[in-house]
Design a protein around this ligand. Structure first.
Ligand code: MV4
Length: 447
């Protein structure tokens, strides 16, 4: 087992990884920018190294600085968290080439899934149901028109180097497609340096359901159920829940089995998430995330499995030690992402935290690096806390979540807590009747 792990991240996820390491008796190295010198994960880590100035490009994305920090502290492994370099195949490769263990999947799998066309081709070959569309990159406008004629409008054009919704264009007719095809390639080239785009049938009212999987190096693969991530605003998740109110036991078992079979065929190792759109009782694979996700705590709450600990154990060469038959799901969990933003305009609201009081009690978890006197920096993502609530049923979870949100005190910066308080009492949400467009309609962004 590792003796020392370098945490190549910041904020709540750095703290989360530190906690798993501390419980495993593994020493931790925190890396931080000059703007994060007083951050909680720096205070709690066994050692810390300043890796650069505030800008992410010069610090948390600075591969050489992170590798140097690992060298001078004599770390055994590096955990990338999420975001930053967590899905950068070159970084994963460099980590391994420098003699450290990358706590995550292989660089090859990161690369395969980072390109959305090779991801879809690999997924299809491994037996995952995919959205009907082009076999690969669209080589010409004529091919785009031909494929659209075969699958029927509306169609969606996606950038292979995109993901997370970046660079997507809907076309409702051949005329629109000519324009969208050209624009999509132009924007993909500008944004990602790769103009390649592919096409899919546009699903109009799907839910976004993702399956958490865990695989060791010995062929053991398990799924830890699903998360419903449909409540998004401009492709930013706002609230996630597990299990999905839309799935019954049969659908869950069906997609779980197909997911595990695919991961086994791919020879994938460590934690990963398969993203699906779910519509009219059918699942459609869209992307795979080769990292730990922000919303992993809702899966931990219903399965009782510490996902970060499992990532570290698998990376250190240990077998999972359990099979699918050993996994039991219990109750319901919901996570609210709390951002330092104006709850109406979503304008970032950095600044000094005054009074701070986190909710507690049975089934209430707060993952946050906040404390009274902490300065929320303006340089990074605005998420400052995750409130995860678990109950024996969805109703109990909702009641507890309402109570916990009412207890949460964060003074000095504006937060999205009021948005969550409004959202969780909406009838459609209480009834679990929402799709990927519901939240933007609820917030008046869409008619
Ligand atoms: C889609 C889709 C409809 N049809 N693909 C957005 C981000 C990326 N994960 C894929 N996304 C979508 N792909 C087809 N064929 C709708 C979306 C989408 C979406 C998906 C999940 C959650 C929120 C979303 C918001 C807008 C669009």
């Amino acid at each position: 087992m590792f003796e020392k792990v370098l945490i190549a991240n910041r904020g709540e996820i750095a703290l989360r990884i530190h906690r798993a390491c501390r419980e495993m008796g593994i020493r931790t190295v925190a890396v931080h920018s000059t703007a994060d010198a007083d951050a909680m994960h720096v205070r709690l880590a066994d050692e810390s190294v300043c890796i650069g100035p505030a800008s992410a490009r010069d610090s948390y994305l600075n591969k050489a600085a992170i590798l140097s920090a690992a060298t001078i502290t004599n770390a055994d492994a590096i955990h990338p968290g999420y975001g930053f370099l967590s899905e950068n195949a070159d970084f994963a490769q460099m980590v391994e080439e420098h003699g450290f263990t990358f706590i995550g999947p292989s660089a090859d799998h990161i690369r395969m899934m980072g390109d959305k066309i090779t991801a879809k081709q690999a997924a299809e070959a491994a037996g995952l149901p995919c959205v009907p569309g082009s076999a690969g990159a669209l080589s010409s406008e004529e091919e785009a028109l031909r494929v659209a004629g075969e699958i029927g409008y509306p169609v969606l054009i996606k950038a292979t180097a995109g993901g997370g919704g970046k660079g997507m264009k809907v076309a409702n007719s051949a005329e629109e497609l000519r324009e969208s095809w050209r624009l999509a390639r132009q924007e993909a080239k500008a944004a990602f340096g790769n103009p390649d785009v592919y096409m899919e049938k546009y699903l109009q009212k799907p839910r976004h359901i993702e399956i958490q999987i865990l695989a060791d190096g010995f062929g053991n693969v398990v799924h830890l159920g699903e998360r419903d991530c449909s409540l998004q605003r401009k492709h930013q998740k706002v609230l996630e829940e597990a299990p999905s109110p839309a799935l019954n036991a049969e659908a869950r078992a069906r997609i779980g089995q197909i997911a595990c079979d695919a991961i086994r065929k791919l020879g994938y190792r460590n934690a990963g998430t398969l993203e699906f759109l779910y519509e009219n009782g059918e699942f459609y694979f869209i992307e795979m995330n080769t990292r730990l996700q922000v919303e992993h705590p809702v899966t931990e709450a219903i399965s009782g499995i510490d996902l970060v600990r499992e990532q570290i154990r698998v990376a250190a060469g240990a077998p999972l030690g359990y099979t699918q038959a050993d996994i039991r799901f219990s109750g319901h969990a919901i996570e609210c992402r709390i951002n330092a933003e104006n709850p109406e305009t979503f304008a970032p609201s950095p600044g000094r935290v005054g009074g701070y009081h986190a909710p507690g009690g049975l089934g209430v978890r707060v993952d946050s690096g906040l404390y009274s006197g902490y300065r929320v920096p303006p340089h990074y993502d605005s998420m400052i806390a995750k409130l995860i609530v678990h109950g024996t049923s969805r109703n109990e979870c909702l009641m507890r979540l309402r109570r916990a949100l009412g207890e949460y005190v964060i003074e000095g910066v504006q937060t999205t807590i009021p948005l969550h308080q409004r959202l969780i009492v909406e009838n459609d949400f209480v009834n679990g009747e929402y799709d990927i467009h519901w939240l933007e309609k609820f917030m008046g962004l869409k008619k």
